[in-house]
Write a protein that binds this ligand. Structure first.
Ligand code: PEP
Ligand code: MG
Length: 325
């Protein structure tokens, strides 16, 4: 197996019927770049920037952030790097940014909600990102978007900061894709409307499953409800992908499910374009995809969303399908 994976490292990700997909890596800090390269990742689909804030004793300055983003972009040598703006709140806290005491922090003040409220913090991050864009292929996405207004507001602030930097003569990339995480059911249901305004979607299954099933992803007492293959979750995912494609946009996934061998065949059948996962899963998934034919997977995805009614049925369905290969 090691010999096979060594060979796969420099290969593109192509299915048995010749379709290409992007296998990307999730990172938390520039230190993770070694793993990204060692495992032949074709892009970075999620750079979780909250670690920059969490590993610091105070708010990271614009220059600190610029250096980190630039390092990642340069290291990827023209391959896309999707950076997610700060996703603080929920279970992630900053010692120097007191958050309100909340009964339900996962339904509370977090992620883009904080960024739109604390625009000083948000604008600093966006300026650092826009400056870094000159050094590679940057995409930016916003976490926990629930409404079209949040996306429009966040994008407008991005455009304002970009215009100011251009005005000041700072070099910025010609094109910076601006997209959003799809991890709140309200947004997923309205994906067809969102798709008109974004450059791309990245599906955050970790949260999307939790909010769809109303079951905390870390709570062992309700872990039986954490069901990635529940047809309700799969239908949302399918709707997100189809909505993106109907507007000529791409759809990726950066939750754990993107590197899950049971989920990947279904996602291929739905036409998901980009799969972003822990770097250590990239070669395993590339090896799997090479064996699969997209056209067979279309039938699998149809059955998984239209015929199955439970999570377990879908696990069985995929396993039966895969026995053929
Ligand atoms: C997700 O929710 O699937 C995701 C990728 O974001 P995080 O795990 O950082 O919340
Ligand atoms: Mg999330």
């Amino acid at each position: 197996q090691k010999a096979e994976w060594d060979k796969l490292r420099d290969e593109k990700t192509v299915t048995a019927d010749g379709k290409s997909y992007t296998l990307a890596a999730n990172i938390g800090t520039p230190k993770d770049l070694t793993g990204v390269h060692e495992n032949g990742s074709e892009a970075i689909g999620l750079y979780r920037t909250e670690f920059l804030y969490m590993d610091s004793a105070e708010l990271p300055t614009e220059d600190d952030q610029f250096e980190a983003y630039k390092e990642v972009l340069e290291s990827m040598d023209g391959k896309q790097v999707v950076v997610r703006t700060m996703d603080i709140g929920g279970d992630k806290h900053l010692p120097y940014l007191p958050l309100p005491e909340e009964d339900n922090p996962f339904l509370g003040y977090r992620a883009i909600r904080i960024s739109l409220d604390r625009q000083d913090i948000f604008r600093t991050q966006l300026r650092a990102l826009i400056r870094a864009s000159a050094y590679g292929n940057l995409g930016i996405m916003f976490p926990m978007i629930a409404t079209i207004k949040e996306f429009r507001d966040a994008k407008a602030i991005f455009e304002e900061e970009k215009a100011k930097l251009v005005e000041a003569g700072v070099k910025v990339a010609d094109k910076i894709e601006v997209g959003m995480m799809m991890e709140i059911p309200a947004a997923a249901v309205l994906a067809d409307q969102f798709a008109k305004e974004v450059d791309f979607f990245s599906i955050g299954t970790n949260d999307l499953i939790a909010y769809t099933m109303a079951a905390d992803r870390g709570n062992e007492h309700v872990s039986y409800l954490y069901q990635p293959y529940n047809p309700s979750v799969l239908r949302l995912i399918k709707h997100i992908i189809e909505s993106a494609h109907a507007e000529g946009k791409w759809a990726g996934m950066c939750g754990e499910a993107a590197g899950d061998p049971i989920m990947v065949p279904i996602l291929l059948g739905m036409g998901l374009d980009e799969y972003s996962m822990s770097a250590t899963s990239v070669l395993k998934i590339r090896s799997l995809m090479k064996k699969l034919s997209t056209t067979d997977m279309v039938e699998l995805a149809e059955r998984a969303t239209k015929e199955s009614v439970t999570n377990d049925e879908n696990i069985k369905l995929v396993n039966e399908f895969m026995d053929k290969f």
